[in-house]
Design a protein around this ligand. Sequence first.
Ligand SMILES: [Zn+2]
Length: 276
Amino acid sequence: MFNWKMVFLIVFLVTGGCAGIDNSDTRNQSFDVIEPVQAQEVDQDKEPPLQREKPEEVNNGQLAKLYPETVFLSGPTTEKKIALTFDDGPDPRVTGSLLDLLKQESVPATFFLMGARVEAFPQLAKRMSDEGHSIGSHTYWHRPLIELTNDEAEVELQKTNTAIKQAIGKETTLFRPPFGSMNEEKVELMRDLGYSVIIWSVDSEDWKASPPDEIAKEVVDAVRPGSIILHHDGANWNTDLSGTVTAVEQEIKELKEMGYTFVTVPELLNLSGQPQ
Ligand SMILES: [Zn+2]
């Protein structure tokens, strides 16, 4: 049977939509592993564009103060513990080699996955879980939560958690909003659904495809005890994330030398009841 989900996923990847992706930027388009399908193959009725006006986004620091039990930008500053996080995967171009590195370095991380990509690459999600990493939700289609009604948001979250449960055998209560966009209404929805909203305090901006040593230097200079570091192990097909693994390798080496310990987000934030 023709797999529509795969076609939508591939077209989504081709057309972009991932955190921080600036489509006006010129990037290396050297990936030739996966050829995109033509857009006309897609049944446009399946994923209708959003028609609503964009609601106002609220500053995440403000939200963390208003909802300290639900929204987190970083962890306690009393110990030199930090958390590496990776968004927008699983992506076969990056995730496997990243998992190899984390295993070799005995570094646990936290992955915020897109439901559509978990359905496409469940074995990579399973490997993350099997190797001790934490898994969170990043919505099914990487849609900005604040532009959805609460009912639509719940559908995105439920579809993602169904995909995660099928892949790894358990659901997640960790959530990272696509584009980091949140407001009070959506924080209260996430709280009522039992999720913790995990933002970040250090942004690697790895999607800009800067040289790996530059990415690593920016991160290492910005890290403080309790930092939550944002990286990406997935992107649309014409975004070059090939430097991410090299940058992360350098960050791990330098931060270990500085006395930092890497932990998962649930461990950093001491979130009881969260799947590890
Ligand atoms: Zn994202």
